[in-house]
Design a protein. Structure first.
Length: 222
C-alpha cells in the first residue's frame, strides 16, 4: 500500500468533512516569495510544482490554479487577502521574524512592506521620503485577519512557532532551532511541499531525515 491516502474519500477536506467543504473542487494555491534572494532560484523545481497543481482538473475539466507573487508585489495586503479567501492554500517562502530575547522563537513572517502575525494582523513598515538618513521608519499596525484559507504553509526560520496565529486552518511550518535555516533550503522545501500533493505525509517524514536540523511540522485542524 504505497499511498493509502489515495483511498481516503475525505482527503480533499483533510479528514474534516463536517467543518470543511470544497464547492468547486479546485485547489487554489497562492505562493509568496518576497525576498530578492529568490531571483533565479529553483526555477525548474517551482515549474514542476506549478505543473503538479495545474495538471489536475475537477469533474468539469477546470484546472486548479497556481499564483506566484514575488518581490515587492508580495505585500502584507496581498498576503492578508489570500489568508481570508476560502478554499485557498497559502504558501509563504522567505524570512521569518524572531524574538532574539526568547531563543529566537518565531513571531511572524516578513513581507515586502511589513510583517504578518497571521490572524493577529501585522505591521506595515515605511521609510519617510524626507528622511535624510534613510534609517527612520514608520510602523503602522493593521487589523486582525479572519483566516479562512484551507491551509497555510510557512517556510522560513522557526515558522512553526507561529502555529497559534493560524489555528483555524491546517498549518505547516519549519522548526529550525537556534541555528536558523538558509534561504536556499526553505525555497526547496516550499517547492517540494507544493509539488508533493497527496504524497505530503510521506514527503514530510522524508524531509525530517534529509534536511539537517530542519524539521517540517504540520498541525491539522480538529
Amino acid at each position: 500500500m504505497a499511498n493509502p491516502q489515495k483511498w481516503n474519500k475525505y482527503a480533499y477536506v483533510i479528514n474534516n468533512p463536517l467543518t470543511r467543504f470544497d464547492p468547486d473542487g479546485l485547489d487554489d494555491y497562492v505562493v509568496f516569495r518576497p525576498s530578492a534572494e529568490f531571483a533565479g532560484l529553483h526555477k525548474s523545481e517551482w515549474a514542476a510544482a506549478e505543473k503538479a497543481i495545474t495538471g489536475s482538473k475537477d469533474s468539469q475539466g477546470r484546472q486548479n490554479t497556481f499564483h506566484m507573487i514575488e518581490g515587492d508585489k508580495a505585500t502584507l495586503g496581498a498576503y492578508n487577502k489570500a489568508l481570508s479567501t476560502p478554499d485557498t492554500h497559502v504558501v509563504f517562502v522567505g524570512h521569518g521574524t524572531e524574538d532574539s530575547h526568547n531563543n529566537n522563537a518565531g513571531t511572524g513572517v516578513l513581507l515586502a512592506d511589513g510583517t504578518s502575525q497571521g490572524k493577529n494582523g501585522g505591521t506595515i513598515i515605511t521609510a519617510p521620503s524626507n528622511d535624510p538618513t534613510g534609517f527612520s521608519f514608520v510602523f503602522q499596525g493593521t487589523p486582525d485577519v479572519n483566516v479562512a484559507a484551507s491551509s497555510v504553509a510557512l517556510f522560513g526560520c522557526n515558522t512553526y512557532d507561529n502555529a497559534s496565529q493560524y489555528d483555524g486552518t491546517d498549518f505547516t511550518g519549519v522548526q529550525s532551532g537556534a541555528n536558523g535555516t538558509n534561504i536556499e533550503t526553505v525555497d526547496m522545501m516550499g517547492a517540494s511541499w507544493v509539488a508533493a500533493g497527496e504524497d505530503r505525509p510521506e514527503m514530510l517524514l522524508l524531509t525530517m531525515f534529509l534536511i539537517t536540523a530542519n524539521i517540517l511540522k504540520t498541525q491539522a485542524t480538529t
